[in-house]
Every structure is written in structure tokens, then in C-alpha cells.
Ligand binder design. Structure first.
Ligand code: G3H
Ligand code: 13P
Ligand code: ZN
Length: 319
């Protein structure tokens, strides 16, 4: 069942965070649904502009609709990740997305509000909710590129005004993370002072943490042992993610970790079975390993085991 992130956040806020996992292909979709259903977790399936262009948005939508039938117990939101204004309108009009992110964080404060408000007005008219972003994460990914020098933590003093004037439903806050596999060089971590202050100024308002992959070191070692070159890759400490999940960080975005699972499985598969040229054996292993990763991450977030509670909230609202 596709629901809005608003409903998921209402159930989660302050107790746990909902995992928001980026998806590009069929194997990821299957692993994602399997892992969340098996750990009884609500989740957010998110599609980036890059994912939408990788094959065709109709293929993506059909895969997700198919998974919805195969896994009827699943409760999830379909979310556009890092949208520009035009892509947001496209997703809102499609009737398929329950949530969009307008990422105008590169703009000045007033312009960010103006763009976000236009998207909010269009989205709310169709029952779609909106995530906005204030502050700038470091790091580089396709469509998401901010120089370290330009990265800027969210200023808690600006948050109330931003939310009030833009009307957004949740806010991506820069709290020390960055996208990709190389987040930290030393012992840096999350800025809990910023999280705490935003939660104090806007109690109950969901914060979103981008760049939340933990870049498991055993994955990195296995990738490197199988010919990869990922020296120095480092992610967010899982104990810090768990702590933030109880402080108002209600959506935790993860893409890179799923790519690492994919990379490890396929690198090892080519080494272990050099005679094989069939795509399915590695695909099967990936789906199972990705599901295992999702189940573990849901334990870290506290979303594992929350599905019945979410279903009860849906029933209560419908009564
Ligand atoms: O934050 C960005 C996501 O990891 C999506 O990455 O644009 O390469 O699909 P992508
Ligand atoms: P990671 O690169 O840490 O997985 O972050 C993904 C993300 O923020 C997607 O919006
Ligand atoms: Zn992001």
C-alpha cells in the first residue's frame, strides 16, 4: 500500500526513523520489498532524477506496482529524491508519487522559499507531501554536487521561518553528513547540537538526514579484496544514526550502502565463478544480500517491527 510520508512520520517521530532507500532496477526493488516485509518495517522507496532517466519512468512505476502486488503487506511511500521544480511537477501530475523533494538548497534563502512554496502549492492540491532542503551537504553525486568549501550546516534560527513561509512538510537538514562513500576523514560525525536545537524550535516537525550510508567497513574490505579501489571510504556511525532517529530525524536516506552490496556481490561473483556468464546467479545473491542489509538497517533505525502500528494508525484514520 502506498501512503504519504506524512502518515509514516506521524507514527515514527521521536521514536524511530523510516528508511528511505534509493532504487534503480528490478533486483533492488525485489531486495527492498523482501527486506522490509521480512523485518515488518514501513519504508520509503525513493527515485532520483538519475534513476528516472536510467531506463524509463514507466518501467520503474510498473516494477513498483508489481512489487506492491507480490508483497501485499508492504506499506511504503514513493518519493522523488532531490527534485528540481520541473521534475517535481512531473511527479505530482503523474499521480504515482506520494511525496516529492524539491531541492532548491543551492539558492539563497528567499529564493529557496519561493521555489519550495510553488511546489508545495501544486503538491498539496493533489494530496502529495513535500520535503525541502535548507543548508548544504558536502560531497558529490550525479545531480548533487557541492564543494566542501560551500557545504554549510543548517542554521536552526532559519528553520521556523523557512517552514512557515514555504509550507513544506519535512526538511532535509545539513547536520554533518555528505553523499557518497567518502564522508569523513577523521572522527567527525553528526552535529547533535543542531539536531537538538531544530527539534526544540520546531517540536514534532520531521527532519530528514541525507547522506546516511554507514559504508560498512567489511563491505569495503571485501570490495577491495576482490579488485576494488575504495581506500579511505567511510560513512556514518550506526550508533549515531540510532541516536538521531530518536531525536526528530524521521527519514534517513540511504543509497551508497546498497551500491556497495551490489559492487561486492558482483566483484566476488566474477572471481568465484569465472566460467559463469549468466546474469541471474549474481542477481539472486544480490537480492538476498540487499534484503539482509535492509533488515539490519531497519533494526538500526528502529523501524523494524513497526508495520502493525502503522497499519493500526491507517485504520484509525479511516474509521
Ligand atoms: O542523493 C543522491 C542519491 O544518492 C541519488 O544518486 O543521482 O546518482 O541516483 P543518483
Ligand atoms: P548516501 O550517499 O549516504 O547513501 O546518501 C543518499 C542520499 O542522501 C539520497 O538522497
Ligand atoms: Zn540526498
Amino acid at each position: 500500500m502506498i501512503v504519504t510520508t506524512e502518515l509514516l512520520f506521524e507514527h515514527a517521530y521521536g521514536n524511530y526513523a523510516v528508511g528511505a532507500y534509493n532504487i534503480n532496477n528490478l533486483e533492488q526493488v525485489m531486495g527492498l520489498f523482501r527486506g522490509n516485509v521480512d523485518s515488518k518495517a514501513p519504508f520509503i522507496l525513493q527515485l532520483s532524477k538519475g534513476a528516472r532517466g536510467y531506463t524509463d519512468t514507466r518501467i520503474l512505476e510498473a516494477m513498483i506496482r508489481g512489487a506492491e502486488e507480490v508483497f501485499p503487506e508492504a506499506i511504503f511511500a514513493v518519493h522523488l529524491d532531490h527534485g528540481d521544480e520541473e521534475t517535481c511537477y512531473d511527479c505530482i501530475d503523474s499521480g504515482f508519487y506520494s511525496s516529492v523533494m524539491i531541492d532548491a538548497s543551492a539558492e539563497e534563502f528567499d529564493e529557496n522559499i519561493a521555489i519550495t512554496k510553488r511546489v508545495v502549492d501544486a503538491a498539496h492540491a493533489k494530496g502529495v507531501v513535500v520535503e525541502a532542503e535548507l543548508g548544504k551537504l558536502g560531497g558529490v553525486e550525479e545531480h548533487v554536487s557541492v564543494d566542501e568549501a560551500d557545504a554549510k550546516l543548517t542554521d536552526p534560527k532559519q528553520v521556523e521561518e523557512f517552514v512557515r513561509r514555504s509550507g513544506c512538510d519535512s526538511l532535509a537538514c545539513a547536520i554533518g553528513t555528505s553523499h557518497g562513500a567518502y564522508k569523513f576523514t577523521g572522527s567527525q560525525g553528526l552535529h547533535f547540537d543542531v539536531i537538538e536545537e531544530i527539534a526544540r524550535l520546531l517540536p514534532g516537525f520531521p527532519m530528514v538526514m541525507h547522506g546516511s550510508s554507514s559504508v560498512p567497513q567489511d563491505e569495503v574490505q571485501r570490495i577491495n579484496a576482490a579488485g576494488g579501489q575504495m581506500a579511505g571510504a567511510k560513512g556514518v556511525d550506526e550508533a549515531q544514526i540510532s541516536k538521531a532517529s530518536k531525536m526528530g530525524v524521521t527519514k534517513v536516506n540511504i543509497d551508497t550502502d546498497g551500491r556497495l552490496v551490489w559492487c561486492r556481490v558482483h566483484r566476488e561473483s566474477f572471481i568465484d565463478t569465472p566460467e559463469n556468464f549468466d546474469l541471474r546467479p549474481a542477481g539472486k545473491i544480490f537480492m538476498a544480500e540487499y534484503a539482509k542489509y535492509i533488515m539490519h538497517k531497519n533494526e538500526v533505525l528502529g523501524s523494524a517491527g513497526q508495520l502493525d502500528g502503522v497499519r493500526a494508525l491507517i485504520d484509525q484514520k479511516a474509521a
